[in-house]
Design a binder for this molecule. Structure first.
Ligand SMILES: NC(=O)c1ccc[n+]([C@@H]2O[C@H](COP(=O)([O-])OP(=O)(O)OC[C@H]3O[C@@H](n4cnc5c(N)ncnc54)[C@H](OP(=O)(O)O)[C@@H]3O)[C@@H](O)[C@H]2O)c1
Length: 255
């Protein structure tokens, strides 16, 4: 266990699976008390079980990031349980419909993806920042994607949503810089998670292998590799870093 987040209280949305789970574990391993959130209880409690097995502390609180009342309660319960909020990883996201070109996009897909990926991040920051201002500061990391930096055929709404996450991140970084709240983003390349398996049609499919090959390092990322970037951005080691998009993509966007 490292002590980078000793005595800190952290919140992770979408912490029941994938990158969110790995990050919740990394934050807890650094000494933070971690509130894990998501819509599915079983997965959320599994993450809490893993945190506790490693000697960490955490609690699951069910919340849907597209609902403002859920986020209001989530942040209020976090503060009621642990006394404050110092760190937040706004990670919850969905890919939406995959393999549809722009002229085939549906309004339902647009609304579902934007409500989770963009509205969810905006509302999360709104309530987290309210709590952090009361502590005199904090650190927020939003999960974007390489899809926030470049296009990707077949997922135009997802790509638009991740570009929007970076806009929200940079603007909030400027707005709260003087109040001690740092706001950064991670932009992962392809990372082997349930989302990636849905996106590619499953592990070792032709598209899965093709996607892995798009990364100059010749492979997909692991959730714990993104968690390391999240942990660093959340910690005081990154005390002069705000408004950054930290790309962790095996070199994809360097091409
Ligand atoms: N895997 C990749 O290659 C990759 C690359 C770049 C960026 N990302 C981003 O990384 C983030 C995590 O994705 P992942 O790859 O780890 O996939 P994942 O395992 O599917 O995780 C997504 C998480 O978001 C939660 N979630 C979805 N909708 C939600 C909602 N309305 N309210 C609350 N929680 C919600 C899900 O939990 P519930 O269903 O229980 O709510 C789930 O735990 C996403 O923002 C994704 O866009 C992933």
């Amino acid at each position: 266990m490292n002590r980078l987040l000793e005595d800190k209280v952290a919140l992770v949305t979408g912490g029941g699976t994938g990158i969110g789970r790995a990050s919740a574990l990394a934050l807890a391993n650094a000494g933070a008390k971690v509130v894990v959130s998501g819509r599915r209880e079983k997965e959320g409690f599994e993450t809490i079980g893993l945190i506790k097995r490693n000697g960490g502390q955490g609690t699951f609180i069910k919340a849907d990031v597209s609902k403002e009342s859920d986020l209001e309660v989530l942040v209020a319960q976090t503060v009621a349980t642990y006394g404050r909020l110092d760190v937040a990883f706004n990670n919850a996201g969905i890919e939406g419909e995959v393999g549809k070109q722009t002229h085939e996009q549906s309004l339902a897909n647009y609304r579902a993806v934007m409500d989770t990926n963009v509205l969810g991040v905006l509302l999360a920051m709104k309530h987290e920042i309210g709590a952090m201002l009361k502590n005199g500061g904090g650190a927020i990391v939003n999960n974007a994607s390489v899809g926030g930096l470049i296009g990707f055929p077949g997922v135009s709404v997802y790509v638009a949503s991740k570009h929007a996450v970076l806009g929200l991140t940079k603007t909030a970084a400027l707005e709260y810089a003087k109040q001690g709240i740092r706001v950064n983003a991670v932009a992962p390349g392809g990372v082997e998670t349930p989302m990636l398996h849905r996106f590619t049609g499953g592990p070792r499919t032709e598209f899965f292998n093709q996607l892995a090959g798009m990364h100059p390092v010749g492979r997909l990322g692991r959730p714990d590799e993104i968690a390391e970037a999240v942990l660093w951005l959340c910690s005081d080691k990154a005390s002069f870093v705000t408004g950054l998009t930290l790309t962790a993509d095996g070199g994809w966007t360097a091409q």
